[in-house]
Design a protein around this ligand. Structure first.
Ligand code: HEM
Length: 139
């Protein structure tokens, strides 16, 4: 569960991200494929639609940050679908780290350790539900 001040920090950085959403998602995938070249083949050649889906996910997480339980079923199901995309549990921390680093680089001087902790808490909760959904699907 995130504190109210963490929710506020996430909302604050999200409004900044909304100004450059295409740049954010493109930078994210560039950084991801540079850090983990092996995952490139899991995605289609044309990343345009994928970037939009990622953007929508970020928006959903931001909107639900106060109570991720609201989207729990959605996240479990999404985790189960990710098994079929070839996503492995060990990919999730990499994705989280790169997503946060990308957001931080766009936030620039306004980024603080508290922002880092708030995003880590939110994405950590999202990915642990996705991994749980993936495991239940496999079992
Ligand atoms: C924060 C965690 C993540 C979120 C919010 C997320 C979000 C999404 C969404 C919304 C889709 C669209 C399809 C659907 O809803 O089922 C998708 C597809 C996909 N995701 Fe993720 N994802 C996450 C983590 C990962 C990880 C760790 C990997 C592994 C490398 C991954 C690889 C993929 C692939 C390969 C597709 C399908 C692409 C295609 O259809 O070509 N995702 N993701």
């Amino acid at each position: 569960m995130l504190s109210q001040s963490q929710v506020n920090l996430i909302r604050g950085s999200a409004s900044l991200l909304a100004e450059g959403n295409v740049a954010v998602t493109q930078a994210f995938y560039d950084n991801l494929f540079a850090a983990a070249p092996g995952v490139r083949k899991l995605f289609s050649e044309d990343m345009f639609d994928q970037s939009e889906k990622l953007w929508n996910s970020i928006v959903t997480v931001v909107e639900s940050a106060k109570d991720l339980g609201e989207i729990e079923d959605e996240l479990l199901a999404m985790g189960a679908r990710h098994v079929r995309y070839g996503a492995l549990p060990e990919h999730y921390p990499v994705v989280n780290e790169i997503l946060i680093a990308t957001i931080a680089s766009i936030a620039g001087d306004t980024w603080t350790n508290d922002h880092q902790d708030a995003w880590q808490a939110a994405l950590g909760a999202v990915t642990s539900l996705m991994i749980q959904g993936a495991t239940e699907d496999a079992g």
